[in-house]
Design a binder for this molecule. Structure first.
Ligand SMILES: Cc1cc2nc3c(=O)[nH]c(=O)nc-3n(C[C@H](O)[C@H](O)[C@H](O)COP(=O)(O)OP(=O)(O)OC[C@H]3O[C@@H](n4cnc5c(N)ncnc54)[C@H](O)[C@@H]3O)c2cc1C
Length: 385
């Protein structure tokens, strides 16, 4: 492959395809996406729980959600394809005083930014799930505009439209290194030869941190396995229900068709690229789930429908966005720490602005730049599931 492009995007997940679409929609079509796998959209994007929510602790994340969820509502008219947004809500169940105070403050901040969010008593929250155990619960926050979507449909919609506009995609093409001249990236080395470029975007998801090292950059993004367990059809919890999180344990669930999709992050598992389902972890998931939702006792496990994927996590659970100060034609868009799908529309728009206008401007994301690391205390996103 001896070719060049104005912009080379590494990775055909929801981030790479969103950047490609937003560039092409503004007329920048000399863009190549390089994807190491034989098929696009086969990394984390295809393995998520698909939740979308406004309920974050940082106002920047709320703004990213506000913009993104509005776009997902109009995805078919604006981009084409199907985002399948189901605004069934998110319900956070809180059981300790300090966390409840924090959730109340978060709700006030979210409302100031125009988000609909309600504070519920435990009894009010109990209306969503039959026989919920209210022991120890102090309250709940409910966001009726939150819900879930189709991540594959979103990434495919972005990719199809971008390609119709002229963006090229090379599958089976692994980026192995960067060509650097005079403090700039002049091209990338791949398993199929070199590709010259004026600008490069690292949208490699869980692999982004390792890839950045090839350019001599320290990008603190690491892969961590996360498991999703599915039940057999379970009409005893009739849908729709909100995506419900027992904040004390971290257990979450929502309806997927007739079944229940559930998960719980194992925060003690070390970083790895392992994507085999962790069956040993299932006991901990069930213990947490059955405590709050004893009705799940009657559910069967659909083993063949369970899966695992990789969160791409940073030290403060916030993404890294923007040009690198030491390599100004290299752009990061990674490290979404479990909330990348829901922020992909905004992140793609902003990185297209960073490339075409010099700096992202529709939403101020300066606090998400790489420069925050090593410059004092980090302000972590607290609502990470
Ligand atoms: C179990 C689970 C549940 C989740 N739940 C949610 C949720 O409810 N809501 C939400 O918003 N987010 C959720 N996420 C997070 C979300 O899936 C990610 O943040 C998002 O998919 C990241 O997209 P991406 O494009 O950066 O990464 P990916 O989709 O992984 O795409 C990166 C691509 O880069 C390619 N690549 C990597 N290295 C190279 C290389 N050297 N050369 C060429 N190509 C390369 C990969 O093959 C891959 O296709 C979840 C994730 C998991 C695993």
């Amino acid at each position: 492959m001896a070719e060049g492009a104005q912009v080379v995007i590494i990775g055909a997940g929801v981030m790479g395809t969103s950047v490609a679409y937003h560039l092409a929609a503004r007329g920048c079509t000399d863009v190549v996406i390089l994807e190491k796998e034989p098929a696009e959209i086969s990394g984390s994007t295809a393995r998520s729980a698909a939740g979308v929510r406004h309920q974050f602790s940082s106002d920047t994340n709320v703004r990213l959600s506000r913009y993104s969820i509005e776009r997902l509502k109009h995805f078919t008219e604006e981009v084409g394809g199907y985002a399948e947004l189901h605004q069934v809500g998110y319900l956070f169940l809180v059981n300790d005083a300090a966390t409840w105070e924090q959730y109340r403050q978060n709700a006030a901040m979210q409302r100031e930014l125009g988000v609909e969010v309600e504070l519920l008593t435990p009894e009010e929250a109990a209306r969503f799930i039959p026989h919920m155990n209210l022991d120890g619960l102090l309250g709940a926050t409910y966001g009726p505009e939150d819900g879930y979507c189709d991540p594959y449909g979103i990434a495919l919609g972005y990719l199809r439209r971008a390609r119709e506009l002229g963006v090229r995609l090379h599958r089976d093409t692994t980026v192995t290194g960067f060509e650097l001249t005079g403090g700039k990236v002049t091209g990338v080395r791949t398993s199929n030869g070199s590709v010259g470029c004026d600008m490069v975007v690292n949208a490699a998801g869980p692999w982004a941190g390792y890839l950045a090292r090839e350019a001599g950059l320290n990008l603190p993004v690491l892969p961590y396995r996360r498991n999703i367990y599915m039940t057999t059809p379970f009409p005893q919890i009739p849908g729709p229900i909100p995506l419900t999180i027992d904040v004390g344990s971290g257990f979450y669930m929502r309806k997927e068709g007739d079944s229940i999709l559930m998960g719980l992050s194992n925060k003690n598992e070390p970083s790895s690229f392992n994507t085999q389902v962790d069956w040993d972890w299932l006991d901990s998931v069930l213990e947490a789930g059955l405590h709050r939702f004893p009705i799940l006792e009657a559910a069967g496990l659909a083993e063949s429908q369970c899966w695992a994927g990789l969160y791409e996590i940073t030290p403060d659970s916030n993404p890294v966005l923007g040009r690198h100060p030491d390599l100004p034609n290299y752009i990061d868009i990674s490290g979404f720490s479990g909330h990348g799908i829901m922020h992909a529309p905004a992140a793609g728009l902003l990185m297209a602005e960073e490339i075409l206008d010099g700096r992202a401007h529709s939403i101020n994301v300066d606090e998400l730049r790489i420069s925050r690391f090593g410059s004092g205390a980090l302000s972590a996103e607290r609502n990470v599931i």
